[in-house]
Design a protein around this ligand. Structure first.
Ligand SMILES: [Zn+2]
Length: 77
């Protein structure tokens, strides 16, 4: 698949094709990603394996979820 530059969701400048190629999910350019402290946050939540109120310890694992940070136009943060 050929990657095309696309406009940054934050500042409107083109995201270079190389970045789109390396990070197909990205919606912001390198500079904005840095300014935002990263485009994604990883949420970790414990998996619930026992019933509510149970005294049994929860030995369940953890699940991680990668979510996109809300993107606000530059200058409105
Ligand atoms: Zn940008």
């Amino acid at each position: 698949m050929e990657c095309q530059p696309r406009p940054c969701a934050r500042c409107g400048e083109d995201i270079p094709a190389e970045r789109v190629d390396a990070l197909p999910e990205t919606r912001v350019c390198v500079r904005c990603s840095k300014e935002m402290g990263g485009e994604f946050v990883v949420l970790v939540s414990a998996e619930r394996t026992s019933k509510e109120g149970s005294l049994k310890k929860n030995y369940g694992g953890y699940s991680t979820r990668k979510v996109r940070k809300p993107i606000k136009p530059r200058g409105e943060e």
